[in-house]
Design a protein around this ligand. Structure first.
Ligand code: ZN
Ligand code: ZN
Length: 683
């Protein structure tokens, strides 16, 4: 029998997930001696015993991982025996380069959810119940390593019962940093516009009563304030729409459980798994007809975004209600979610009837994520709570780069070694609040990972606030600034996401991206990799009268497309009937003189044009509304595609939509149903 010692180094999402107790239990079960240590670089283990047992240990280590842990790499070195007597958990050491992965906030696990409804449990109805499998992480971390003094829980001293759990390697709450109970932890409070304040369990009763009466309640969630109203009440949802200045964009709905969700939408197995995963995103799914949901929740939209309760506060609140609630970010349109109590009150003062708050500070804003199932797999539409700031891991070490992102739906990223940490969704950089959040997130990720930037990457668009920040911020005055073409960034992101570096043909169809020729690109076929690209094809260009204004007015895209085809705009073609004769004269002059009418190859604007021509969206209140309406209108299963032509000249191939638009006009002139026209357009 030969005793050996193995030194094991593990990198990945292994902090704050019950990884050390898991290692401890496994090692002691196999009667191995040694130790486990968690520091800013990852988890280090030494185990001593027979070779076969150590091999069993390393196999089971990977096979029986805690649900939320992710191992990126595991390295094993063999050493001479160290003569250990037992297996121990060593203290964290806060030194070295910070490369450990910060975990996202995770929805309440089933064990914790069961405890808060068990009258015999000491956490019965305690709204901040959590364990190593669930609860806040990213939203409460002040610094690495992830230990309680480095979180916003540092002001709460654990009671003896909580301390005992925290110190016990066999307990589910061993080193659960936000561990708390009603004796020692944060508490909820309710305050309403009349000046009433109520604490603890009755606070949740008061919030539930306010929702039941049709009021809007502001709730301090895990990553910021949310606004909640009764999702069955037209009046309550209408009030929320008016006060949030959000006339049409769909709202998400929270339901207590999967069974209730299935009453409202179609869910396949993959969707159920996604909905009830620890990440617990809002899941978009096809809505059932004839339910009690207000039609104002998602007007004209055949899908509904549903989510389950994500924290004990949500569980306790929704269990007191007899129906679903709208749960939307606590903000005005286009602003980031509010996280400070005072900020929430000043920004949401006119919207909310009352506040269900608590005394656990939120360190950074994290919105609810939005996802759906596409081809059987989850796809993220908005990446925040549950996912951020998990990295994309690339093949080789990168230089330390800060990438500041685009203007709409902004996120930023920083590279540390092989990890690219992608921030939570920040939003459209249209308001002062969004710009403040943008700079805070950059500072935050750089500080958290001690990033000394060697380069800053920005979009080529000279007027994006993110570009201006990159070019003018003194922090980056001495580092190279790298302008990246918008669709090239899309292509390379897609390569990284699929863990490949080989050149590929990337098809990027979106709304707006600044091209290398100074025109607005958006219907692009780029061949390339991280080092460069060739624009091999694009949609036929057309002019957008009014430039940016066209984003909110699909009818302007229609005017640009029709003008490009040589059609007289004053002859009242489809899509332009909401313009006055005078407007049409102005548009024609703008287009003829090429005045404030930039050229674009945007697929988004082409979809907008078609939507306006079919009569679905002439003016929109959010980006994508026109294209969504066109998609929802498509009614035919196996449509006959409209023709597109490919023209070859100097430079890239041109995918010409001219024949398609002419065929559409012919169909509409012949009285063909809009559902069929929309279907043929998509085909
Ligand atoms: Zn738990
Ligand atoms: Zn306690």
């Amino acid at each position: 029998m030969t005793i050996r010692r193995a030194a094991i180094e593990i990198h990945g999402a292994v902090q704050g997930v019950g990884f050390r107790p898991f290692v401890y239990r496994l090692a002691t079960e196999l009667e191995l001696t040694g130790w486990v240590l968690n520091d800013v670089n990852g988890v280090f283990i030494e185990v001593e015993g027979e070779s076969e047992t150590i091999e069993a240990f390393t196999t089971r280590l990977q096979d029986e991982l805690p649900v939320v842990a992710v191992i990126d790499s595991i390295e094993i070195d063999w050493l001479p025996p160290g003569g250990f007597d037992e297996f121990t958990i060593r203290r964290s050491e806060g030194m070295g380069t910070k490369t450990a992965v910060v975990l996202p906030d995770l929805a309440t696990c089933t064990d914790c959810a069961a405890e808060i409804i068990d009258a015999a449990n000491r956490r019965y109805r305690y709204p901040f119940t959590n364990c190593t499998n669930c609860g806040p992480r990213f939203s409460i971390i002040e610094d690495l390593p992830y230990d309680r003094p480095n979180t916003t829980m540092s002001g709460f001293e654990m009671c003896p019962a909580c301390s005992a759990e925290y110190e016990d390697p066999a307990d589910r709450r061993f080193h659960a940093q936000p561990n708390a109970c009603g004796e020692c932890g944060p508490s909820v409070s309710w305050s309403d516009l009349r000046g009433n304040t109520i604490d603890d369990d009755q606070a949740i009763d008061a919030a539930a009563a306010a929702i039941a009466e049709g009021h809007t309640v502001a709730l301090k969630g895990i990553g910021g304030y949310q606004l909640l109203v009764d999702a069955r009440s037209d009046a309550a949802v209408a009030h929320l729409r008016t006060s949030k200045e959000r006339p049409h964009k769909p709202f998400a709905v929270m339901v207590p459980d999967v069974a209730t969700a299935e009453r409202y939408v179609d869910l396949d197995d993959a969707a159920v798994r996604l909905l009830s995963s620890p990440q617990a995103p809002i899941v978009l799914a096809a809505a059932h007809d004839g339910t009690d949901l207000s039609a104002l929740v998602a007007p004209g939209n055949p899908t509904i975004g549903l989510m389950l309760p994500t924290t004990p506060v949500h569980h306790l609140l929704i269990s007191r209600l007899d129906g679903p609630v709208v749960a939307t970010s606590g903000n005005l349109t286009d602003e980031p979610i509010a996280i400070e109590d005072a900020e929430a009150r000043s920004r949401l003062g006119d919207i909310a009837h009352g506040y269900l708050s608590n005394d656990r500070p939120i360190r950074r804003h994290v919105d609810d994520s939005v996802a759906w199932i596409l081809e059987g797999s989850p796809r993220l539409l908005r990446r925040a709570r549950g996912y951020a700031p998990m990295p994309v891991t690339v093949a080789e070490d990168l230089r330390a780069i800060v990438a500041v992102g685009a203007h709409l739906k902004n996120t930023i990223a920083v590279s540390v070694g092989r990890n690219v940490f992608v921030s939570q969704h920040i939003g459209d950089l249209e308001t002062d609040e969004a710009h403040t959040a943008f700079t805070e997130v950059i500072d935050d990720l750089m500080r958290m990972y001690d990033v000394a930037p060697e380069a800053i990457a920005h979009d080529l668009h000279p007027d994006y606030l993110s570009t201006r920040y990159a070019l003018s911020n003194p922090v980056f005055s001495d580092v190279p600034k790298v302008g990246v073409q918008h669709h090239h960034a899309h292509l390379v992101s897609c390569l990284a996401d699929n863990a490949t570096v080989e050149p590929a043909l990337g098809v990027t169809w979106d709304g707006t991206g600044y091209g290398t020729d100074g025109t607005i690109w958006g219907g692009e076929f780029l061949l390339g990799d991280a080092t460069g690209f060739e624009r091999v094809a694009h949609l036929r260009p057309f002019r957008l009268p009014g430039g940016e204004t066209a984003v909110r007015e699909p009818r302007r895209s229609a005017a640009g497309v029709l003008f490009e085809l040589g059609i007289d705009l004053t002859s009242a073609p489809y899509g332009l009937d909401s313009f006055t004769e005078r407007d049409l004269g102005v548009l024609t002059r703008m287009l003829t003189q090429r005045n404030n009418s930039p050229l674009t190859t945007s697929a988004g604007r082409l979809f907008d044009a078609a939507s306006a021509m079919v009569g679905l969206a002439t003016v929109s209140s959010f980006e994508g509304q026109g294209a969504m309406a066109l998609e929802f209108a498509a009614s035919q299963d196996d449509p006959d595609p409209y023709p597109m032509a490919i023209t070859k000249a100097e430079g890239p191939l041109v995918l010409d939509w001219g024949p398609m638009i002419e065929a559409m006009l012919a169909d509409m002139g012949a009285g063909i149903d809009a559902g069929i026209v929309a279907s043929r357009f998509h085909a």
